[in-house]
Design a protein around this ligand. Sequence first.
Ligand SMILES: Nc1ncnc2c1ncn2[C@@H]1O[C@H](COP(=O)(O)OP(=O)(O)OP(=O)(O)O)[C@@H](O)[C@H]1O
Ligand SMILES: [Mg+2]
Length: 247
Amino acid sequence: MILKTVGLSKDFGSLRAVNDVSLEIKEGTIRAVIGPNGAGKTTLFDLITNRTHPTSGKVYFQGKDITYLPPYKIVKLGIGKCFQISKLFPELTVFENIQIACISRARKVFNMYSPGNNAMRDEVLQIINSIGLTVLTDASAGYLSYGDQRRLEIGITLALQPTLLLLDEPTAGVSRAEGYEVMKLIKKLASERALTIVFIEHDMDIVFNYAEEITVMHQGTTIATGAPEAIKSNKQVQSCYLGETVC
Ligand SMILES: Nc1ncnc2c1ncn2[C@@H]1O[C@H](COP(=O)(O)OP(=O)(O)OP(=O)(O)O)[C@@H](O)[C@H]1O
Ligand SMILES: [Mg+2]
């Protein structure tokens, strides 16, 4: 297992946002985490990356206990994340956005004001090519379509050379057609770079088209994990989530 959580819980005051979640993610697979608003999906990602400290439980990455590691060390070990909130620099170009991420990973000294700075150019261009933004290399990030901004965010995360990618609603805020394109890209990158993917998603068509395994959360608890067909026919999932009725 590339990622394992054991009895992970998080309380916010009297609210138990994540309740005793034990997950096992196999290397090289694509896992969706689904569940209604407030189910605890984002908090689960925050616990895995230690942006939020767990109330109890453990997180293991490649067999190593990472529960109390500082987030930057977790990134360095190979967990990349794209969160719901964009981290692009809108006034900088596609090239510069990726370049900054590459440089920060490599911890190179970077002088933003030196003319025609070509630091790590080959790697930057290679990432831009792999996310399909070559024709927009010199465009300002803020002028990209939402779908292309999503691609760029994924590129920034790739610059950190992850082996596991956590994506929080990668298709949120884009049209359905663009959403499918973003997912196609993620699938392509996963196979090219041997990545493991865990993504949070509300669009069930996308989930059932792209996930190899699905975990369903409801009120902080994982109520089911399995292959798409098994999840579709799971009665508890149908009543708690897919049917949108109250449990
Ligand atoms: N920092 C916080 N302080 C207090 N409560 C929080 C905090 N973060 C999340 N919560 C609460 O924890 C619960 C789970 O929230 P979370 O954001 O993980 O849900 P989610 O499944 O990602 O929902 P969505 O689909 O809307 O993104 C919610 O009731 C939320 O209000
Ligand atoms: Mg969320």
